[in-house]
Design a protein around this ligand. Sequence first.
Ligand code: EPZ
Length: 419
Amino acid sequence: MDKIVIEGGKPLNGSIEISGSKNATLPILAATLMTEDASVIHGVPDLQDVATMIKILRSLGASATFAEGSVHVKPGRHIEAHAPWKLVSTMRASICVLGPLLARLGRADVSMPGGCIIGPRPIDLHLKGLAALNADISIEHGYVKARAKKLRGAEVYLGGAYGSSVLATANVMMAAVLAEGETTIINAACEPEVEDLARFLNAMGASVQGAGTHMIRILGVRKLRGAEHRVISDRIEAGTFMAAAAITGGHLLIKGSDPSHNTALIDKLRQSGVSIATHNGFVDVRGKAVQPVKITTLPYPGFPTDLQAQITALMSVTKGISVVTEKIYPERFIHISELGRMGAQIFLEGGSAIVHGVKKLSGAPVMASDLRASAALVLAGLAAEGRTEVYRVYHLDRGYEKVEKKLEKIGARIWREKA
Ligand code: EPZ
């Protein structure tokens, strides 16, 4: 197992290229199952989660290869309906094969994805949405069993206790594409990744309108064809590098990212005194955060939960008291105790982290607990005095492509060692 070692305290300077979006790629790869034709997806990041999704496609009978940022998938005429626990349990996003399998085969047996370190992650909205499209759903022996002689379009409300759901919207949208008649998804997730999936489905011959808003209209079609598609860039990776510039007081040109996907973060960084200029396709981030902020995570276009840990790390060295409230996953605060080991002063109060900015963090051995928590610990290590060792970096490898190489290129003293 590897660890990441960082000698902190060096401002980052230079330009950095953002990779393709993990969270756009995963449902798009699942959608390739909806036709027997070949599809090609470009701009795919080389990540553990992508490798897992490719394994799942293969286990379902598709041929899938990944080379130089492109995945070629050919499901062929016969695919399986059974997505096994052994694979699904390693990645929650595997649940997004449920809609495609049900749509294409009329049946799907997909292992329940189970719990997660960032808190409970139910799938009731996925199941409610598919049931509304005329599927019979049961949970048997740890598997979701979905059956439908004929999926039928319907009006589906997808709001949950914490707002809209990204992957439930994706699953219902994919199933509705091959359903008979019209489907309207109300309180759909508006995330750019949902919009990207809709673009891919439309390139396959689907009729999806309104993706990127809270109301998506889908007119069912009988068949889809293969398509070629380039995924959008990763807004969470881009946001993490913005925070890296701000926590080290550096100057980064973040290229290949769409600033409009990070409006909430950019607004908060500006409020805290970081200078940010946005251009078409890149973001210029300069200087240190100097003012505390109040942040609440919300569904898009609100502040993303996937940047909560990183902004908390940034505020831990920003003078004053910041308040970071988590409204999507109220238990997603495991990183706080590890940041505390580096000298951060953060107190949990209900679903909020009260962050008292300290002058300096000091490097320490720390344990990553999930993907974004790992990113927060790397950010803290970049700013800290001395040596930080981040253990369990396999979490980081699930979602950040070549992270230490990218950081090294912009001046960080960072490398990987065997733990
Ligand atoms: C997606 O997960 C992302 N994953 C997550 O990224 C991200 O944190 C999350 O959206 C929120 O933005 C992918 O896109 C692969 P949700 P998803 O359903 O779709 C509740 C990362 O670090 N809910 O939008 O599974 C849920 O508990 C990750 O890259 C229900 O109540 O998340 C949460 O409170 C981790 N019932 C809220 O909705 C359901 O059936 C939003 O979750 C489904 C969700």
